[in-house]
Ligand binder design. Structure first.
Ligand SMILES: [Fe+2]
Length: 374
C-alpha cells in the first residue's frame, strides 16, 4: 500500500530559536510586517518587546486584539488592513487562535477578489504572504498544520478551514516562550495536543509516518504533562511538552482529527467549554470504541503508554487528566443529562467523524455521552 506524507513548513526547534527571526529569508527581505500576537502571554514573558526590537528597521503593523476563539468577521477586518498597508510578511506569535488568524489572513489577503473563505479557494490559488508561526503554547500544533478554526457564536457555527496554502512557511518552536504560560492553559492546551496525537493514530487516514510522530507525542506527553502543570518553572517539562505538541501537529497535519474533536464542538460553541477540556473528556471512551473495531492498532499504542490493554490505557489517561486537574466527566464541565441531545445532534462534523475508525450513530454517541456524564 502506498502512503504519502507532506510537510512544507520549515521547522526550527529549541530554546532561543526566536532569535533567528530577523535572519529568516522572508523576514530579512520584508519591509512591511503584519505582526499578529495574543493579548497576554507574550507581554507577561517580556518577549513582545524583545521580538519587536529584533525587527527594528521594518515597518510593523500590529494586530494584537485577537480573541481566544476568533470570529470569521474579524478576519475580513484584518484582511482589509493587511492589504491596505501592503504588508509583505506575516509574523504570528501566540496560541492556536493567533496562529490560525495570522495564516488565514496571509492567504486571504493575497486573493484577487473579495476573499472567500479558505475552503472555497481552488487548490492552485494565489500563494499566501510568507508566514512565520511562533507558538507560545504547547497545544494546537497550528504552526505545522494546514488547518484554522473560527467560531461564529451568533450563528452558533464553527468554521474549520483547510487549505494546503495554510501551512506556514516557517515555524519557530521556542520552549522559552511557554515558560510564562499559566498552569490551567498548560493543562488544557497540553490535553489538546495529547488528544490530537491519539486521534492521528486511531484514524482511518493514519500512515506509517504520522504513526511515528503520533506515538512519540503520546509517550512524551503522558509522562511530562503533569510535571509541566505542577511546576511551570520545570524547563525540561516545558521543552518536552513543546516537542510533544510539535510532534502531535506533525502527525495530525496529515490525518486530521476524529470523533473527540467532532463531538467537542457543540461543547465549546454552546457551553463555552475550552477546547482542550472538551476534547479530553471524550478521549478515553472514544479510544475504547476505536480499539473494539481495530484491535490490531492496540499493541504499539499500549507500548507508548506503558500499559497492556485498552482499559488500562483509558485508566492511565484519566489518571493523568486528574493529576493535571482536568475534568473527566461531563458533570465536571457543568453539562447535564438534558443537554446531551443537543451535543448528539450537533456533534457530527463529517470531515472529523468520517476519519474515526468506530462509526458512530446518534444512538451510540448518546450512550457514550451518558457513560461519561458523571
Ligand atoms: Fe484540537
Amino acid at each position: 500500500m502506498n502512503h504519502s506524507y507532506s510537510m512544507p513548513t520549515r521547522v526550527r526547534f529549541g530554546e532561543g530559536v526566536r532569535s533567528l527571526l530577523p535572519s529568516l529569508a522572508s523576514v530579512a527581505k520584508a519591509s512591511r510586517i503584519a505582526f499578529f500576537a495574543g493579548t497576554s502571554s507574550l507581554k507577561h514573558g517580556g518577549h513582545r518587546e524583545e521580538i519587536l526590537k529584533s525587527l527594528s528597521g521594518k515597518e510593523i503593523f500590529s494586530f494584537e486584539d485577537i480573541h481566544a476563539e476568533p470570529a470569521p468577521g474579524d478576519l475580513l477586518r484584518f484582511v482589509r488592513d493587511v492589504r491596505g498597508h501592503q504588508c509583505d510578511c506575516v509574523i504570528a506569535v501566540g496560541g492556536g487562535s493567533v496562529l490560525d488568524t495570522g495564516k488565514t489572513v496571509a492567504l486571504l489577503a493575497m486573493q484577487p477578489d473579495v476573499p472567500p473563505l479558505p475552503q472555497m479557494l481552488p487548490e492552485h490559488c494565489t500563494p499566501p504572504l510568507p508566514v512565520v508561526a511562533i507558538p507560545t503554547t504547547s497545544g494546537t500544533g497550528s504552526e505545522v498544520t494546514p488547518f484554522a478554526v473560527f467560531w461564529d457564536r451568533k450563528a452558533m457555527k464553527k468554521h474549520s478551514f483547510f487549505h494546503s496554502a495554510l501551512y506556514p512557511e516557517e515555524a519557530l518552536v521556542d520552549p522559552e516562550l511557554t515558560y510564562s504560560m499559566p498552569l490551567a492553559v498548560t493543562a488544557s492546551t497540553g490535553m489538546d495536543a495529547f488528544t490530537q496525537a491519539c486521534e492521528a493514530y486511531w484514524n482511518r487516514d493514519a500512515n506509517p509516518l504520522s504513526d511515528e510522530y503520533a506515538l512519540m507525542a503520546i509517550a512524551r506527553i503522558i509522562d511530562v504533562l503533569p510535571n509541566a502543570v505542577k511546576n511551570g518553572a520545570d524547563k525540561e517539562a516545558r521543552r518536552e511538552m513543546a516537542l510533544g505538541s510539535l510532534m502531535a501537529g506533525l502527525a495530525f497535519s496529515n490525518t486530521r482529527t476524529t470523533a473527540c474533536h467532532s463531538i467537542s464542538y457543540p461543547l465549546t460553541l454552546r457551553f463555552g467549554v475550552p477546547h482542550g477540556l472538551a476534547v479530553g473528556v471524550m478521549l478515553p471512551s472514544v479510544l475504547l470504541l476505536n480499539a473494539s473495531v481495530t484491535p490490531e492498532r492496540g499493541r504499539r499504542f499500549f507500548h507508548a503508554l506503558g500499559v497492556s490493554s485498552v482499559e488500562e490505557a483509558a485508566d492511565r489517561i484519566r489518571k493523568m487528566m486528574k493529576t493535571c486537574g482536568l475534568p473527566v466527566t461531563l458533570k465536571d464541565l457543568g453539562i447535564t443529562e438534558k443537554e446531551i441531545d443537543v451535543i448528539v445532534s450537533e456533534g457530527f462534523a463529517p470531515e472529523r467523524m468520517g476519519n474515526n475508525p468506530y462509526v458512530f450513530t446518534a444512538d451510540s454517541l448518546q450512550k457514550m455521552l451518558l457513560s461519561i456524564l458523571r
